[in-house]
Design a protein around this ligand. Sequence first.
Ligand SMILES: [Zn+2]
Ligand SMILES: [Zn+2]
Length: 136
Amino acid sequence: MTHKGSCQCGAIAIEVTGEPALAAHCHCLDCQKSGGAGHLSFAFYPEAQVKVTGELTRYASKTDAGNMMTRSFCPVCGSRILGESDGVPGMTGVALGVLDESDDIAPAMSFYAKRLRKWDHLAEAIPAFDELPPRK
Ligand SMILES: [Zn+2]
Ligand SMILES: [Zn+2]
């Protein structure tokens, strides 16, 4: 299974292969700020399954959970592309909105429900966690 995508302007192309380990919606404040929206939706892949063409700009910041999260975006149009946290080394979060076709990827849970904006909604029929789900 391969998914292709791009940023809004086309300077960045992305191709991901295989099944994501997890897909989720995140309502945390950093996702809200960096996406300019109520939440962002990601699919998490082992980094070897994610190929990016083009030069990404990166911004790293500390998360609520105390990890360093590096967010990558297109320097031309600002589209959010990747998110990588040192709390889950080797995994790359791919912003679902940049994939051309993603109907077969189903977010399985919502993160940071406690940050839900009044004008946003939690996805129905999947679990929502106040912060991150407990680690197995
Ligand atoms: Zn772009
Ligand atoms: Zn988030």
